[in-house]
Design a protein around this ligand. Structure first.
Ligand code: THU
Length: 130
């Protein structure tokens, strides 16, 4: 199964009664294992979580720490980009060269490196003078 197929499958389980916008994410970790996540909304809107956050949580819960590839998909007119917060979450576990593939359900695709998704990312080095 491709990461696109895995993301489409998990997207079906998204809980998005408030936005009506279902998102699926699938990532491959260093072991080769695929982890998936979907958005999970809440009536207290800010408590909702994104698909990417779910996939990352599943990876970390399984004992892995390194993303080698990530795909996000939604029924969007153009390939769906990760939100700002998710860009930072992805950058925590993916090197600058890792490819993030943004897709629409019809297959429209845009690929960006993590370094291009979040230029000037805040990183551990910024806390070096503590
Ligand atoms: N959403 C994601 O899950 N991932 C993205 O990359 C973009 C936005 C979700 C959050 C919310 O449940 C819904 O899409 C509308 O913003």
């Amino acid at each position: 199964m491709t990461l696109f197929e895995a993301a489409c499958n998990v997207r079906e389980n998204a809980y998005a009664p408030y936005s009506g916008f279902k998102v699926g994410a699938a990532l491959r970790a260093a072991s080769g294992h695929v982890y998936t996540g979907c958005n999970v909304e809440n009536v207290a809107y800010p408590e909702g979580t994104c698909a990417e956050a779910g996939a990352i949580a599943a990876m970390v819960a399984a004992g892995e720490r390194e993303i080698t590839e990530l795909v996000v998909v939604a029924d969007s007119p153009t390939p769906v980009p990760p939100c700002g917060g998710c860009r930072q979450k992805i950058a925590e576990f993916a090197g600058p060269e890792v490819q993030v593939t943004m897709m629409a359900l019809d297959g429209a695709t845009q690929v960006l490196r993590v370094a291009d998704l979040l230029p000037g990312a805040f990183g551990p080095g910024h806390m070096d003078s503590r």
